[in-house]
Design a binder for this molecule. Structure first.
Ligand SMILES: C[S@@+](CC[C@H](N)C(=O)[O-])C[C@H]1O[C@@H](n2cnc3c(N)ncnc32)[C@H](O)[C@@H]1O
Length: 340
C-alpha cells in the first residue's frame, strides 16, 4: 500500500507538472485547420457552389438587395459587409484631408430610413448564409443601433463585437477623435459554425493601420486588405465562397483571389468598375496564401519574449513522459475563455 507521504509526493509532483506558466501554451499552439499551398489550390480549383444563375468570382454592378434575392438559400460560406454609413458621406469633405480629384464620384449613401435599408439587406444575408457560415459587419458607432436591431430581427447570433482601431480619425475640437469601427462577427447557429483559430490568443481589438495610397483614384472608404484578410482567415476555408454586398473598391474580392477563396459581390456605383477590375488584375490567384502554421512565431522568437515559458517548453519537450502530448493538454489561463 502506498504511504501517505508517497501519495503526497506524487500529488505535489503532479501539481508541479500542471502549474500555470504564462505563455507556455503559445509554444505548443497549432491552428485548428491548416492547408499546404498545393492543398489550398486544389480546394480552390475543385470547389463548386451551386450558383447556377450567377457567376462566381464576379462583381455585379447593381443594388445588393435585389442582387442577393437571386442567390439560392444557404449557399454562401462567409459574408463581409461594409455598408454605407448613412451620414451623408461623400469622402470629399476637407476634414478627410484628401485630394478630392482622386475620390470616385457617385458614392451611394442611404437616403431612405437607415433602419429599413439595414433590415432589408440583413434579411437577405441570413437567408443566403450556409448553416455553419459567418458574417462580419462593419459599422461606425452612429448607426450601430440600427445594425444591432436588424441582425437580431434576422435571428443572427453575435459571437464577437470586435473593435478595429484605425489611424485616420478626423480632427476634433470639443470631443474625442473617433478612431475605431465596430465589426460584428455573427453566425446563424451558435452551436455549429466554422471558426479556424489561427492564432493562440486572437483578441477582439484589431490594430490595423490603413496604408495611404498616394495618387490613386478610389472610393473614399477603402478598408485595409489586412482587416478583410483576417475575417477570411478565421471564418473560411480555401475554396469557400465569400460574398460582399457593398464591394466599394473591391477589397474583399482582392483578399479572396489572393487567398484561394471564391467571391461574389455587388456594388451599386458603376464608376467603381474600372477600379475593381484594375485591383483584381494586379493580383494573382493565391499569391498571399501562406499556411497558418508558417505564420506563427518560432519557438526561438517566442523565447526572447517569454524566457521562463521557453525553459519550461524545453523541459517538457525533452521529457516525453511528461503530463502532455499536445498543445491541448498544456495548462492555460486566458481571461474571457469562460464563455467558450
Ligand atoms: C463603405 S463602402 C464599402 C467599401 C469597401 N469595403 C472597400 O474596402 O472598398 C460602401 C459601398 O456600398 C455601395 N452601396 C451603397 N448602397 C448600395 C446598395 N444598395 N447595393 C450595393 N452597393 C451599395 C457604395 O457605393 C459604396 O461603394
Amino acid at each position: 500500500m502506498e504511504s501517505k507521504i508517497g501519495k503526497c509526493k506524487a500529488f505535489s509532483s503532479e501539481r508541479e507538472k500542471r502549474r500555470y506558466i504564462p505563455h507556455l501554451a503559445e509554444f505548443f499552439f497549432r491552428p485548428d485547420s491548416d492547408w499546404s499551398k498545393p492543398e489550398a489550390q486544389r480546394l480552390y480549383e475543385n470547389a463548386s457552389h451551386g450558383l447556377d444563375a450567377l457567376k462566381i468570382d464576379h462583381v455585379y454592378y447593381e443594388d445588393c438587395i435585389s442582387g442577393m434575392s437571386r442567390i439560392p438559400d444557404e449557399t454562401i460560406n462567409l459574408i463581409v459587409a461594409d455598408p454605407p454609413f448613412g451620414i451623408d458621406f461623400d469622402g470629399k469633405s476637407s476634414v478627410y484631408n484628401r485630394d478630392e480629384t482622386l475620390v470616385v464620384e457617385n458614392y451611394k449613401e442611404v437616403h431612405e430610413s437607415y433602419d429599413e435599408f439595414t433590415r432589408s439587406w440583413a434579411k437577405q444575408v441570413e437567408r443566403i448564409l450556409k448553416p455553419d457560415g459567418s458574417v462580419y459587419i462593419f459599422s461606425g458607432w452612429t448607426n450601430l443601433e440600427s445594425v444591432l436591431r436588424a441582425v437580431r430581427e434576422a435571428s443572427l447570433h453575435t459571437l464577437n463585437h470586435i473593435v478595429w482601431h484605425y489611424n485616420f480619425g478626423v480632427f476634433t475640437k470639443r470631443r474625442f477623435v473617433t478612431s475605431h469601427y465596430h465589426i460584428l462577427l455573427l453566425v446563424k447557429d451558435s452551436k455549429n459554425y466554422f471558426f479556424n483559430k489561427v492564432e493562440h490568443y486572437p483578441k477582439d481589438v484589431w490594430i490595423v493601420r490603413r496604408k495611404y495610397r498616394f495618387g490613386e483614384a478610389k472610393n473614399g472608404t477603402k478598408l485595409p486588405l489586412d482587416v478583410v484578410a483576417k475575417c477570411i482567415d478565421y471564418s473560411s476555408k480555401p475554396g469557400d465562397l465569400v460574398l460582399d454586398p457593398f464591394m466599394g473598391n473591391g477589397t474583399t474580392a482582392v483578399a479572396c483571389k489572393a487567398n484561394f477563396r471564391h467571391f461574389i459581390g455587388f456594388e451599386i456605383n458603376k464608376e467603381l468598375r474600372r477600379i475593381i477590375e484594375l485591383e483584381l488584375d494586379r493580383v494573382q490567384i493565391g499569391e498571399s496564401y501562406q499556411p497558418y502554421g508558417e505564420r506563427l512565431p518560432s519557438a526561438q522568437e517566442l523565447a526572447s519574449q517569454h524566457p521562463r515559458a521557453y525553459q519550461e517548453y524545453i523541459r517538457l519537450k525533452s521529457n516525453p513522459g511528461s503530463a502532455f502530448d499536445s498543445h491541448t493538454s498544456i495548462p492555460t489561463k486566458t481571461s474571457g475563455d469562460e464563455n467558450e
